[in-house]
Design a protein around this ligand. Sequence first.
Ligand SMILES: [Zn+2]
Length: 231
Amino acid sequence: MFLIFWIVVVGFLLVAAYISPFAARIVEQKRLRFFCRREHVLILTYDDGPSLVTTPQVLDLLAKMGAKATFFLLGHRVQSTPEVIRRMRDEGHELASHSQDHLNALKVSPWRSVTDVQRGFATLVQYGVDFTFFRPPYGKLNLLTWLTAIRHGVRFGWWTVVSGDTFNPRPDPDSVVQAVERDGGGVVLMHDFDRDEDRSNYVLDLTRRLLETAHVRGWKVCTLSEASRLR
Ligand SMILES: [Zn+2]
């Protein structure tokens, strides 16, 4: 009887450890979708950079179209791209954390995933980057990484629409734009690390189409922090 009790307790704790962050994410994404629709907001986000080729191309396009975006940076790439970081900041974009090495919190040990999150934060601090938001790699959290982020006082930078720029095959960019239109705005997840030219061009093309749609529909285009001040 005693053993069964402890099996139930441990089982419950394990389920809670993995279910709680997931449930919190679902609730927050739902709220975010509602908020973007209510405020008519489009937020462009780019993960896994900065890079030496694609990120400057994205920055050129954003500058040309007068838009600001939020970049979720990987600590190990920050170290080799100080010029790009400076440019992002000078041009008014928001910088945020995406961990140090992009470890999936559900596939490595809890301790390694926590260290990855903490090192990602520490690298941004070391390079003088102020940040408010953290986006977990793959959107995955375990209880420890969830609590680590909360303890550091960061906010989770969720998204409402996935661009599919890492998928094989990639979706038609029109279908992504239509998904954002159906939602009446949103937070779009894209990537700005260097890959083959086709994928970079897909991101650039989608960025341009989304900004044109925002212009036609009269949506505000802003960073996550700017959007949170509208709440
Ligand atoms: Zn990522």
